[in-house]
Design a binder for this molecule. Structure first.
Ligand code: 13P
Ligand code: SF4
Length: 349
């Protein structure tokens, strides 16, 4: 593993949400109407992640956009004929959209929404790490900067990480994996591949603690546990289903339990409830020993996406909310991203 994790400060989700203006019903309705009008006027489409505010997810649904996991966001944006992609999520998602579709304008409600995995894997340090291990195939998670993707042989999302590692393992390739050590550990245990890990983590999923699980299961006997693989090994070991956000929603519908404890960002409850209306969803515990609960099951950066910022981004012609990727970086980064899309397509048949 790379020596030490990169240390950085990050906002508390509660503070991010408290700093946002509370809207009256009339203000809310006006904003929603303005956003829908602006999307239409600009031939723009809204591509939102499951972790964004329910109000943004609803607009994406109602205007022909998409609400999905990070792989489908990339695929949808690339295939869509809109002139402008409005990406509600975190910066790497906007960058991925721009890398895949350089001819499109890509804007985001805020460019300040980053991701602890992205911040924890600076391009220069990562390049040096790769240079120390030239015998390894470099596989990076989508939750990375454009420059880190440009240094990689492959990009993956959590929905296809196990299958890709399996594929590379079968070819006899040794893997250098970055940045999430928890997802990497899960993939390694599933596949037996030889994987050298970067020492990064997600500040949201790392907070889910197995200590509180027994107590919660006493309150909900027979409940199933759905866990995103950015969570700890202990949480994963207890899970009934482990997978990307889309895969967890699918598991909520296909598994027989009526109640699920969910170890991922709580904004996913909106789509889970829609997919399985008669089931009950309970947030996994984030308190207990070792937990700081700065994020408390909702990503502080995803929480920065809101209606007002979305409208401002659509109205602003200054390009302050527009994603730009250096062309030299883009032409390198698009190679592993194209491979990711092709690999995922081959899995789907
Ligand atoms: P998914 O690819 O499962 O949507 O995950 C993205 C993410 O950021 C999870 O924290
Ligand atoms: Fe990054 Fe974690 Fe937020 Fe996902 S939930 S965007 S991995 S910090």
């Amino acid at each position: 593993m790379s020596a030490n994790p990169i240390v950085f400060d990050y906002p508390r989700t509660e503070d991010v949400l408290n700093a946002q203006t509370h809207l009256s019903q009339a203000e809310h309705d006006r904003l929603v109407a303005d956003i829908k009008r602006l999307l239409k006027e600009q031939n723009a489409v809204l591509v939102a992640h499951y972790y964004t505010d329910t109000e943004l997810q609803k607009i994406a649904d109602e205007t022909g956009g998409c609400v999905s996991d990070s792989l489908e966001m990339a695929r949808f944006g690339h295939a869509h004929e809109a002139d402008t992609l409005v990406v509600a999520g975190v910066k790497f998602m906007g960058e991925t959209a721009k890398i895949l579709s350089p001819e499109k304008r890509v804007i985001m409600p805020t460019l300040e929404a980053t991701c602890s995995l992205d911040v924890g894997c600076p391009a220069e340090e990562f390049d040096a790490f790769c240079n120390e291990h030239p015998d390894r195939t470099v596989v990076v998670y989508a939750n990375t900067s454009a420059a880190v993707k440009a240094r990689a042989d492959w990009v993956v999302t959590s929905s296809i990480a196990v299958q890709l590692a399996e594929h590379l393992h079968e070819q006899g390739e040794k893997i250098l994996w970055a940045p999430d050590r928890y997802l990497g550990g899960y993939v390694q245990r599933q596949t037996g591949a030889d994987m050298l890990m970067w020492n990064g983590s997600c500040v949201v999923h790392e907070e889910f603690k197995s200590y509180g699980m027994e107590k919660l299961l006493e309150q909900h006997p027979g409940a199933g546990l759905l866990v995103h693989p950015e969570s700890s090994e202990e949480m994963i070991a207890m899970a009934d289903a482990v997978g990307s956000t889309s895969q967890l929603i699918a598991a909520a519908t296909s598994l027989p339990q009526d109640t699920f404890i969910v170890a991922t960002d709580n904004q996913i409850f909106y789509k889970m409830q829609q997919a399985a209306p008669h089931k009950q969803f309970v947030a996994a515990p984030t308190g207990g020993k070792g937990a700081t609960c700065r994020s408390c099951a909702h990503c502080p950066w995803m929480a920065m996406n809101n209606l007002q910022r979305l409208k401002d981004a659509l109205e602003d012609n200054s390009s302050a909310n527009e994603i730009h990727v250096d062309e030299a970086v883009r032409v390198e980064a698009v190679k592993p991203l194209d491979k990711m899309l092709a690999f995922s397509k081959s899995l789907n048949g």
